[in-house]
Design a protein around this ligand. Structure first.
Ligand code: SAM
Ligand code: ZN
Length: 281
């Protein structure tokens, strides 16, 4: 198998759990279940219909690319990638990003890990389309990270989840033994914008919920806090709202209208917690 395709070997058929291999323009298991590889390079491994409403839309992905293109999250991407490199030390296996979006964090981790392959998992085909192009050693898979993940047991050295679903039992199953790096916003993330734009706020119990969810199966190895002031143009402030869950509730033209109450530029804060969890088994 060509190295760029090696990630296929980590996947599991969503119907029978068997391994998958390339068969012309598709992936196939030994029982003959077949999944087309899209022209854009991603594969859809959803066993049935997509659950509506939770995968990011094409417009959200465009807003995400516009915002990432401005570089404000570069320090966060670098910090997460450095943390990922430390977390996989001494553990064999691939690196998975659950709810990867366009896969920026995974791509940065793979850049620092030249011998590893990556799997970007997302419910949105728009996200998978972009992730498929974001790194030559990254495979992009459409799947529901809240269900059984179409990845074989014990093949991952690390699961990354950045502002994304955290299916702890499934993370445990796919890890070999390895760990998880989880990034979540703190209550101060994007303050100033949250109220004015009516953004979906951060649950104040979020950090505690993550700790409750992971402890037991994992030991908390490290928590890093990354907090810094950033100056966004008004258009970037709209993009950062339009790329996240707020977009499911507030149309972009309404965000633009609300943004008129902001300065241009506007100062806000990036504030996240980066958790490194180590599997106890
Ligand atoms: C806030 S975005 C974060 C994307 C990416 N990690 C980043 O920070 O750039 C959340 C992502 O989770 C994906 N998502 C939502 N529900 C999902 C599910 N059930 N399974 C897999 N991905 C899901 C969305 O499509 C979206 O790309
Ligand atoms: Zn099968």
């Amino acid at each position: 198998m060509h190295v760029a395709d090696g990630w296929v070997g980590y996947l599991a058929c969503p119907h029978c759990g068997g391994g998958l291999h390339r068969a012309r323009g598709a992936l196939r298991c030994a029982q003959g279940h077949t999944f087309d590889v899209a022209r854009q390079g991603y594969v859809n491994l959803l066993p049935g219909a997509v659950r509506k409403g939770t995968g990011d839309t094409a417009a959200m992905l465009s807003a995400r690319e516009e915002f990432f293109g401005a570089g404000h999250y570069r320090p966060l991407i670098d910090r997460v990638a450095d943390t990922a490199v430390r977390a996989v030390e001494g553990v064999d296996g691939c690196v998975i990003e659950a709810g990867s979006g366009p896969g920026h964090y995974l791509a940065a981790a793979l850049e620092r890990l030249p011998a590893r392959l990556g799997l970007a998992l997302d419910l949105s085909k728009h996200a998978a389309r972009r992730a498929a192009r974001s790194h030559p050693r990254m495979g992009a898979v459409v799947c529901d990270a809240w269900e059984r993940i179409p990845v074989q047991d014990s093949v991952a050295a690390l699961v990354l989840s950045v502002f994304a679903p955290r299916n702890v039992p499934e993370f445990v199953r796919v890890l070999a033994p390895g760990g998880a790096v989880v990034v979540a916003p703190s209550g101060r993330h994007l303050e100033n914008l949250v109220d004015t734009l009516g953004m979906v706020g951060v649950d104040p119990d979020k950090g505690a919920r993550i700790r409750r969810g992971f402890s037991g199966a994992f030991l908390l190895e490290q928590v890093e806090v990354l907090e810094r002031a950033v100056l966004l143009s008004r258009a970037e402030a709209v993009a950062v709202a339009a790329m996240g869950p707020t977009a499911f509730h507030v149309p972009v033209d309404e965000l633009q209208r609300r943004a008129e109450a902001l300065g241009d530029p506007v100062e806000t804060t990036i504030s996240v917690e980066i958790f490194t969890w180590r599997l106890t088994r």
